[in-house]
Design a protein around this ligand. Structure first.
Ligand code: DGY
Length: 335
């Protein structure tokens, strides 16, 4: 009997491909190394006859693609953010979607904290100076930055990753934590984290270090724009590990250039992998290429979870019919 066919649309660990290969006919054009920038047409062509596809934070899976790929039944993402997938369109077509929450929480929080600290303490700026041979003497005012310990941490988006960052700040660095989220945390969790809910404007005004961790959606587009940046302290930092588009990057670049904001740490960008060219000209921003979850064990766990979801959602393996992190499990009941 022929095995169901799936497409793995991004590079992934060999052992994950091997595991998928035990149950599926696997089309893996990227292997473990080759990134493909899929066009809609190329992806549609490649998906013909496929019942499942594994993706990450790209490519885009939308209604037009689903209509052109009638065999598709499962979209399994190895990312936690799924703004590249039209979940409503998938649900309407009976296509199960899964993402990869939890397995990346601590690794991503580590990175968010590191980026915030690098911005506050001017780490990359300092390294550039040293590598350029411009370090001539010790000076009391050489590259002095902002303190992190004992300052006020502002968290915009208090989901799993936001809470993990708050925990690091409160318990490890003695920070006062304020947060803004659509829904407030339980009082017991607020107490554990020593975190206080505030309105968004208040968050902007109070934070010495703002870390942004909200999912991207139409509602969160430019959630932090010129008006919000204008409320921030001139000595504050902003770190975005959420998604490009949550922050208005042009407004941010201007605030950084005019020193209305001390520094920023950005792992995600509007239009990535492209980015606003102004950002590249500024010394007071630390730039990284969307790698917050990129530790080897965590990326492996994310890929394994996507594989588990794919196998289970297609009725195979020990979890048959019970994909562990389905976003629209209701579609399974209709099959
Ligand atoms: C995620 O999992 O959402 C990360 O940002 C990688 O895309």
């Amino acid at each position: 009997m022929s095995r169901p066919r799936i497409l793995v649309a991004m590079p992934v660990f060999d052992e994950v491909l091997a595991r998928l290969g035990e149950v599926f006919e696997v089309d893996a054009p990227c292997g473990s190394d080759d990134y493909i920038e899929w066009t809609h047409e190329a992806l549609v062509a490649r998906l013909q006859g496929c019942v499942g596809v594994a993706v990450a934070s790209s490519p885009r899976i939308d209604a037009a693609l689903l209509a052109a790929c009638p065999d598709l039944r499962v979209v399994a993402s190895m990312a936690v953010g799924y703004n590249n997938i039209d979940l409503a369109a998938c649900t309407a077509r009976g296509v199960l979607v899964s993402n990869a929450p939890d397995v990346l929480t601590e690794t991503t929080a580590d990175f968010g904290f590191a980026l915030m600290m690098a911005a506050a303490r001017r780490i990359t700026e300092a390294e550039h100076l040293l590598r350029a041979g411009r370090w001539t003497h010790w000076a009391y005012n050489l590259l002095s930055g902002a303190d992190v310990h004992g300052s006020t941490l502002g968290v915009l988006g208090m989901g799993r990753i936001g809470q993990a960052i708050a925990r690091r700040g409160a318990l490890g660095f003695g920070m006062k934590v304020v947060y803004h989220n659509r829904s407030r945390l339980d009082a017991s969790i607020e107490q554990q984290l020593g975190a206080r809910w505030v309105g968004k404007d208040e968050l902007m005004r109070e934070a010495d270090h703002l870390v942004i961790v909200v999912p991207y959606s139409a509602a969160s587009h430019h959630l932090v724009g010129a008006a919000e940046l204008a409320l921030m302290k001139p000595g504050a930092t902003l770190t975005n590990i959420a998604r490009g588009g949550v922050v208005d990057d042009a407004a941010l670049a201007l605030a950084l250039r005019e020193r209305r904001l001390f520094a920023a740490g950005l792992d995600v960008f509007e239009g990535e992998p492209g980015l606003n060219p102004d950002l590249l000209t500024l010394p007071n921003v630390v730039l990284t290429p969307h790698i917050a979850s990129a530790s080897v064990p965590t990326r492996r766990a994310m890929a394994e979870l996507a594989a588990t979801n794919l196998i289970a959602a297609l009725g195979l393996g020990p979890d048959a019919g019970r994909p562990p992190t389905a976003l629209n499990p209701e579609v399974l009941a209709l099959r």
